[in-house]
Design a protein around this ligand. Structure first.
Ligand SMILES: Cc1cc2nc3c(=O)[nH]c(=O)nc-3n(C[C@H](O)[C@H](O)[C@H](O)COP(=O)(O)OP(=O)(O)OC[C@H]3O[C@@H](n4cnc5c(N)ncnc54)[C@H](O)[C@@H]3O)c2cc1C
Length: 392
């Protein structure tokens, strides 16, 4: 073990949105924190996400409001308050790409959606739009579908991560090697690149890296599941911004489109949804691009994509293990002695994960304490947008 040691209230491992949000909330409450990142801030799922701050409506597509729809319903409002500077964090300056996300049904409403839209809880959150209220790419005489506006934001995630890094102040630690620090068989901290840090709580928010960390700590639980995705992106001079779930026949969107500004002023469309799930994961890059081209030609035949550049991106969603690889409904937090392990399960649910940690600290009567200043650790850099190196 190292000769040198220091201490902090809370030691967080993983600088994606979960760790960054939690870190900023705890610092605001006066806790001393360190947030350890081995790669770049946001480099896991966060900077590859679509940035939609879901309110749960998408998960109600089966015609019933499920647990997910209820748990997540508060999130858009909490994020809006943070973006306005009046909420639990001050996120002023983070770029909002769209104030709404849209549900777009290419034909007439499928049967299951009739009951979905008849449900009172959905009606209060969803309004139909027509004519020049439609997203620009759908404003075409050939467009026959129906479009509903959801009160869900879409954020520019690179600007979110940059702001969260500012809110982290001097708490960020770039570190390659993490070892457990034990005393009398109890985990009391971590050794970060040879430097021992004692902590009153250690919180793993390392996304897909959490399973390895648990193994290193000699733990089997909580179990993690990975859900692979094969996303598609395209960039072209004719693309106008579109933020929409396009409905298919099933309970999942056929495609989910978000749009992201490239440095040269052009828009990048990022395609997820059913396209990126099981069948898409089985396709190689060329076949996946072919499938995406066919989807867009079918749904938006008036789009001229002849000059578009295309690429795909494989990325796993990391979550607590569920039966049948189902989507977890809420942020997840498990506790074991001084160790807490969390997956937000959605970027939008990071505030929910932080709430759970703060409730744990309150329940355990852990209040901010004084610590001797530790050494100055190197600071991790902020990661790049998902298209970097894939599209010019
Ligand atoms: C393609 C895609 C689209 C998505 N779209 C949306 C969306 O529109 N809306 C939404 O709400 N959610 C979305 N999600 C889900 C969302 O991105 C994730 O739930 C969220 O980003 C998870 O954040 P996290 O901080 O837990 O993990 P991550 O973002 O994966 O961060 C984990 C961090 O831990 C670091 N790390 C790992 N191991 C170690 C270690 N040993 N030591 C130190 N650091 C370590 C990693 O480098 C990484 O920076 C999407 C996910 C994907 C993959």
């Amino acid at each position: 073990m190292s000769q040198r040691s220091s201490s902090t209230d809370i030691l967080i491992v993983g600088g994606g949105i979960a760790g960054l949000w939690l870190n900023a909330r705890l610092r605001r409450q006066g806790y001393s924190t360190l947030l350890v990142e081995r790669s770049e801030l946001g480099a896991g799922q966060t900077l590859r996400s679509q940035g939609i701050i879901h309110g749960g409506t998408k998960y109600a597509l089966s015609g019933m409001l499920t647990g997910a729809s209820e748990a997540i319903a508060d999130m858009p409002q909490r994020w809006r308050e943070a973006l306005a500077g009046t909420g639990e964090l001050d996120l002023r300056g983070v770029r909002v790409l769209s104030d709404a996300h849209y549900l777009w049904s290419p034909g007439s409403l499928a049967g299951n959606l009739t009951s979905f839209f008849a449900s009172k809880a959905v009606r209060t959150r969803v309004g139909q739009v027509k004519g020049n209220e439609l997203p620009l790419p759908l404003q075409h005489p050939g467009f026959k579908g129906k479009v509903y506006r959801l009160s869900e934001l879409v954020l520019d995630v690179p600007s979110l991560v940059a702001r969260m890094a500012e809110l982290a102040g001097d708490s960020l630690v770039a570190c390659q090697t993490i070892e457990p620090l034990h005393e009398n068989d109890e985990l009391i901290g971590l050794v970060l690149d040879g430097h021992a840090v004692r902590a009153r709580r250690i919180i793993l928010t390392a996304g897909a890296g959490t399973a390895d960390l648990l193994q290193r700590l000699g733990l089997q639980q909580p179990a993690q599941q990975l859900r692979p995705l094969h996303m598609v992106m395209l960039k072209g001079p004719t693309l106008k911004p579109l933020f929409a779930h396009c409905l298919g026949g099933g309970s999942k969107p056929r495609i989910t489109v978000t749009s992201h500004p490239a440095a040269d002023g052009q828009w990048i469309w990022y395609l997820g949804g059913e396209l990126a799930e099981a069948a898409g994961v089985a396709r190689d890059e060329a076949a996946q691009i072919g499938a995406a081209k066919r989807e867009l030609a079918d749904l938006l035949p008036w789009l001229d994509l002849s000059a578009a550049q295309w690429a795909t991106l494989r990325v796993d969603r990391a979550e607590p293990a569920q039966s049948n690889q189902a989507r977890p409904d809420n942020a997840f937090l498990a506790e074991q002695g001084r160790l807490l392990v969390g997956w937000p399960t959605k970027l939008a649910l990071s505030p929910d994960l932080a709430d759970r940690v703060i409730a744990h600290l309150q329940h355990q009567s852990i209040k901010p304490a004084q610590h001797e200043p530790g050494p100055a650790f190197p600071r991790p850099v902020t990661g790049q947008p998902f298209w970097t190196g894939l599209l010019s």
